[in-house]
Design a binder for this molecule. Structure first.
Ligand SMILES: Cc1cc2nc3c(=O)[nH]c(=O)nc-3n(C[C@H](O)[C@H](O)[C@H](O)COP(=O)(O)O)c2cc1C
Length: 209
């Protein structure tokens, strides 16, 4: 069975971001895709300290049972949805700390796992936040699922978000597209094989040029 992991970066377990993610979960259920929602926004998540220990340990040096545990689930998952409220025109600090550590500390291949970012705001800063989140996927060879609008929902409270009918529709279409991509990628891998990935080149300009 296919599995999608969903991250809620909001401190509110039942806020606007949760409304968007739950709308997607309903569609994944209809599509027969297993889901797991991980709430990180209510945890004290420290940022990456660039110690490089993950290269040696194969996991983040901070054993907060959140990043390393999620990493294990991410490795198994076919898709990842990251939801965040917009704080001052960016994804919130907790979700960024979480994602920096999650992506930097994990060396398993994320190649062809499908990613989707979802943002929730009262009024503005949504597309800038959306762009930031998508960059975690696009540096990791993860195809990004899209929808009929940029993946955003509007509101200050969950009740507001439930009134954003276009936002909810965007989430449903996003989940359907994501489910399709996951299945299509699985079939295509069987038909064409997995594309080769080169590693090793590193832009360090050691000659100063
Ligand atoms: C610290 C802080 C900063 C915020 N900055 C913005 C902002 O830049 N733009 C905006 O539209 N809403 C902003 N908001 C409102 C939230 O983004 C919005 O209410 C969001 O939908 C809340 O999602 P949640 O219920 O999942 O936490 C901010 C809220 C907080 C607490």
């Amino acid at each position: 069975m296919y599995k999608v992991l969903l991250i809620n970066g909001s401190p509110h377990a039942n806020g606007c971001t949760a409304v968007a993610l739950q709308e997607m979960i309903s569609v994944f259920r209809e599509e027969g895709i297993d889901t797991e929602l991980i709430h990180v926004g209510n945890k004290a998540v420290r940022g990456c300290i660039a110690c490089g220990s993950c290269e040696r340990l194969g996991k983040c040096v901070f054993n907060d049972d959140l990043v390393n545990e999620t990493a294990r689930k991410f490795e198994e998952a076919d898709g990842l949805v990251v939801g965040s409220p917009v704080y001052y025109g960016s994804p919130n600090g907790t979700v960024l700390s979480f994602l920096d550590r999650l992506f930097y500390s994990t060396s398993f291949s994320k190649h062809l796992k499908v990613g989707a970012a979802v943002v929730s705001c009262r009024r503005g800063g949504n597309t800038a936040s959306f762009d930031v989140l998508n960059k975690y996927f696009s540096i990791s060879s993860m195809p990004v699922a899209t929808s009929t609008y940029w993946n955003q929902i509007h509101g200050f409270t969950a009740e507001d978000a439930r009134k954003d009918l276009e936002g909810l529709q965007t989430m449903r279409n996003l989940a359907r597209n994501m489910a399709f991509m996951i299945r299509a990628i699985k079939d295509a891998k069987e038909k064409y094989g997995t594309p080769a990935v080169e590693h090793g080149a590193f832009t360090s300009f050691p000659d100063g040029k």
